[in-house]
Design a protein around this ligand. Structure first.
Ligand code: GSH
Length: 202
């Protein structure tokens, strides 16, 4: 049965859309609108009333990183979810780290810049978020030194998950000058045809 990915491409569903393109998995995209996320029908899919959500036969899953790690384990070609327990743990590490250390400050700036009326903007919150980012990007820059991707020379689910979060640095024009290895890695990841295909989805 074809898997279903719920959520518009201009949401965290973009992450799930990227991975299904990357892995060439047949899928149905249900671009449920944000205004319908609390409908009784959608709450049966994801009781949180949020996107993305995945339905794979009788199996339902929410949380973007969990969805992607599941799809990588189920459909990933050799190495995309690496074989060793340690390398798999690193994929979890970078996925959780992206969500806990990077996502919130980037989203704070993104929402303020593009989704908030000028009179409702909060420059102090934006300044605080921008001040929080150099620490994790410094860590990431160190981890990427001398390597093309997070785990070495191959693109893995760790790169896809973390780059999908870091992609929000692009519209806000975050200054990566102090973090050249992050800048090069992010450009490398976002140049992938599967990312571009996901972005051209509605
Ligand atoms: N941690 C969740 C966050 C999901 C989330 O907040 N998604 C947003 C769209 S990007 C949403 O559905 N917002 C609707 C709402 O909060 O009511 C994940 O990564 O899947």
């Amino acid at each position: 049965m074809t898997i279903k990915i719920y959520g518009p491409a201009a949401s965290r569903a973009a992450r799930a859309l990227w991975i299904v393109h990357e892995l060439d998995i047949p899928f149905e995209h249900v671009a449920v609108e944000m205004k319908d996320l609390k409908s009784a029908d959608y709450l049966k899919v994801n009781p949180n009333g949020k996107v993305p959500a995945l339905v794979d036969g009788d199996f339902k899953l929410f949380e973007s990183m969990a969805i992607n790690l599941y799809l990588a384990a189920k459909h990933g070609k050799a190495g995309f979810l690496p074989a060793s327990l340690e390398d798999q743990a690193l994929c979890h590490q970078w996925s959780f780290w992206g969500m806990t250390e990077v996502e919130k400050p980037l989203l704070t700036v993104l929402i303020d810049m593009f989704m908030t009326a000028p009179d409702k903007r909060k420059p102090e919150a934006v300044a605080e978020a921008l001040a929080a980012l150099p620490k994790p990007f410094g860590v990431l820059n160190g981890a990427l030194q001398g390597r093309e991707y997070l785990l070495g020379s191959s693109f893995t689910v760790a790169d896809l998950n973390l780059a999908s979060i870091c992609s929000w640095a692009k519209p806000i024009k975050f200054d990566f000058a102090p973090f050249p290895d992050v800048a090069a890695w992010l450009d490398r990841c976002l140049a992938r045809p599967a990312y571009k295909a996901a972005r051209s989805t509605k």
